[in-house]
Design a protein around this ligand. Structure first.
Ligand code: BV8
Ligand code: ZN
Length: 259
């Protein structure tokens, strides 16, 4: 017997249906159902490592091979993963509005692989690497050679090659960050999906939307650190809640559901 789809509040359905500008922040939780471990859930990426051990420049300069091997492993996992129903529901939501901004802290590239178009990668992308000395992009095939244990140095200057991600203590890409906060400020609805809300300045984005009048909704399997600032918190896995929300929206708009 199918479980009855969850019911959504009328204010949420009304605000979403009327929304012309939507800003969405996603975190590691939306990729969890694609088999990619989150950072802070039990068994998550950090539970085996601590951020200070790996995701910062000093750790990289001290142990470049360890850090690069960790990213090579994560790159392999991301490449084998498939976007899930949550990623795909956001592609459908983007098609329903004329001003949709998908802001992600994730570096796995799954939103773009799902078909999302206006994606801002605040913390970079593990499929891009560059030399810390001359900043040249890593040559094609670098990741494969690294995975085989070849040296992770730059062919043009011998410098260390690092993943193009934002580590703790590093500034986020200015352009993407500006666009993200501008999208939040003008949003009618802001969704915060699968993030613990502990890493700044990304976690500030849903709060900025709320402060500028957006209807703020969190989707998570448990309340995050910013749940208290949201208008609503929908508890459940993003891969289930998002498709159900899209179906409820279509029903509300009188469109045939499950097309
Ligand atoms: C900066 C790199 C200027 C790429 C990452 C003291 C107080 C406040 C802030 C600070 C402070 N000291 C320093 C700071 C700033 C610091 C920060 O915020 N630290 C925190 C930890 C306190 N921020 C920075 O350093 C940023 N830069 O601010 O520059 C500056 C410079 C110096 C000093 C001050 C300021 C740079 C931050 C970026 C760090 N890079 N990753 C990579 O390797 O991936 S962080 C890492 O955390 C990832 O990017 C990740 O996306 C991000 C956030 O984590 P989440 O995505 O939220 O994942 P998490 O596991 O935590 O949560 C998963 C959630 O999903 C949970 O809520 C879970 O319930 C939920 N979930 C699970 N399954 C599902 C689900 N939800 C729905 N469905 C499911 N199925
Ligand atoms: Zn170089």
């Amino acid at each position: 017997m199918d479980r009855p789809a969850r019911s959504f509040s009328q204010p949420l359905l009304d605000r979403l249906r009327r929304a012309r500008r939507i800003a969405v922040l996603t975190g590691a939780g939306i990729s969890a159902e694609s088999g990619i471990a989150t950072f802070r859930d039990p068994g998550g990426l950090w539970s085996r490592f601590r951020p200070e051990d790996l995701a910062n420049v000093d750790a990289f300069l001290r142990k470049p091979d360890l850090v690069q091997r960790w990213y090579a492993e994560r790159r392999r996992i991301a490449a084998e993963a498939e976007p899930n129903a949550g990623h795909r529901a956001l592609v459908d939501l983007e098609a329903m509005t004329d001003d949709f901004t998908l802001i992600t802290q994730n570096v796995d590239g799954l939103h773009r692989r799902a078909g999302s178009r206006n994606v801002l990668e605040l913390h970079g992308n593990i499929n891009r690497n560059y030399c810390i000395a001359c900043r040249a992009p890593a040559p094609e095939g670098f990741a494969d050679r690294l995975a085989e244990g070849a040296p992770a140095d730059c062919p043009s200057c011998g410098g260390f090659i690092r993943p193009d991600v934002v580590w703790f203590g590093e500034l986020l890409p200015a352009d993407a960050t500006e666009q993200a906060f501008a999208a939040a400020r003008r949003a009618d609805v802001v969704l915060s999906i699968g993030t613990s809300g502990v890493v700044f300045p990304a976690a500030q984005i849903p709060l900025t939307g709320r402060d500028h009048g957006a209807y703020a909704v969190e989707i998570n399997i448990e309340p995050s650190a910013i749940a208290g600032y949201m208008d609503e918190t929908l508890i459940g896995p993003a891969g289930t809640v998002l498709p159900e929300l899209l179906s409820a929206l279509r029903e509300q708009a009188g469109e045939p559901v499950g097309e």
